[in-house]
Design a protein around this ligand. Structure first.
Ligand SMILES: Nc1ncnc2c1ncn2[C@@H]1O[C@H](COP(=O)(O)OP(=O)(O)O)[C@@H](O)[C@H]1O
Ligand SMILES: [Mg+2]
Length: 331
């Protein structure tokens, strides 16, 4: 795979005022899983979407490809290559998925079929989207496996998923996602099922892909340590909203939202066991019954009376840095 030259400032995709309402099957309640979220993906840069479980990260990521339950209602715009993907036909989306925008999920076994060889599964997108056959197809399969660090790729192509380790399978899923040189790659907690060493090298692999091939990478994670390792920009989500966003360096140096600060204090430093880390007291709210005012107020150690009364608007606190807290001010 040859590196490409690209304009780093080029916008790959833009989500504008994205909102997703899901229907909860248990009681039919409307769940505002994503509420007015906007962000921009740039070529060669990685955006981290971070927050605790249930904050709407996966729903945000899935809506970029409109991979949502049938009952979901979605509003806003997803601007990609001059069109709005939320207005595109289902046929058009099928042509985009896996070709221009691809996705890696948490568990590689969900993405791979146990009954087919690795070669078969890698061949599918290469045939459908890239029109490769015969020797050219074979050469590309070998090249892709080598690019994700799989030794003896020729042998691996003839094997089945159960003959490989979890780390290797996730690399193969990465090769499938990269097979047609997509513009955007979305990875939703891709290292959760891996051991710590495999986690770190997998993150580095994705980062290398982003930088070398001008991919816009989206990294969904609950771990600020992952953001520190691979991301250039970050979107911090809480209760379906973007509570803070901007360049990683700026946000790590001067976090403006109390939720971001709380997440940052829970980064492991290598000496302390993960279980011993401070966690944020309390739970994210039930999205079907959000508190009035700021959603984070009930758990915020700095909350004042006005916080539970006033809904918070996004404030400009720096170049491309925004925070949804009335206390956040520019430096
Ligand atoms: N298929 C679904 N139907 C109804 N509610 C859902 C569905 N998937 C997720 N939710 C709800 O939407 C909210 C956001 O979920 P999700 O996007 O998965 O969060 P995260 O990825 O940050 O953990 C949660 O309250 C979750 O319970
Ligand atoms: Mg998720």
């Amino acid at each position: 795979m040859r590196p490409v030259t690209f304009d780093e400032t080029a916008v790959a995709l833009e989500a504008i005022n994205l909102s997703v309402t899901l229907r909860r099957s248990r009681d039919g309640a409307d769940i505002p899983a994503v509420n007015g979220v906007s962000f921009t993906l740039y070529r060669g840069r990685t955006l981290g979407i971070v927050g605790e479980s249930g904050c709407g990260k996966s729903t945000t990521a899935m809506s970029l490809l409109r991979l949502l339950p049938r009952t979901a209602r979605i509003a806003g715009q997803i601007r990609f290559r001059g069109e709005d993907l939320l207005a595109a036909s289902e046929e058009r989306l099928r042509a985009i998925r896996g070709r221009y925008i691809s996705m890696i999920f948490q568990d590689p076994m969900v993405a791979l079929d146990p009954l087919f060889t690795i070669g078969d599964q890698l061949a599918e997108p290469l045939r459908i989207h890239c029109g490769l056959e015969g020797d050219a197809l074979r050469a590309r399969q070998v090249e892709l496996l080598a690019a994700v660090g799989i030794s003896t790729p020729e042998t691996r192509l003839t094997q089945y998923p159960h003959q490989m380790s979890g780390g290797m399978l996730q690399r193969i899923v990465g090769a499938i996602a990269m097979s047609c040189n997509p513009d955007v790659l979305i990875a939703d907690e891709p290292t959760t099922a891996l051991d710590p060493r495999a986690q770190a090298s997998y993150l580095d692999l994705l980062k290398m892909f982003g930088e070398t091939y001008g991919l816009a990478l989206v990294m969904v994670t609950h771990d600020m340590g992952v953001v520190a390792r691979v991301c250039d920009d970050v979107l911090v989500m809480y209760a379906g909203q973007a509570v803070e966003k901007g360049p990683v360096r700026q946000i790590f140096n001067a976090p403006k939202h109390p939720y971001t600060r709380a997440l940052l204090t829970s980064i492991p430093n290598g000496e302390v066991e993960r279980e011993w880390l401070p966690t944020i007291a309390g739970q994210p709210p039930d999205l079907s019954r959000l508190p009035p005012g700021c959603s984070f107020a009930p758990r915020c150690s700095a909350a004042q009376e006005r916080c539970s009364r006033e809904a918070q608007i996004e404030r400009v606190v720096g170049d491309r840095h925004r925070a949804r807290c009335w206390r956040a001010v520019a430096p």
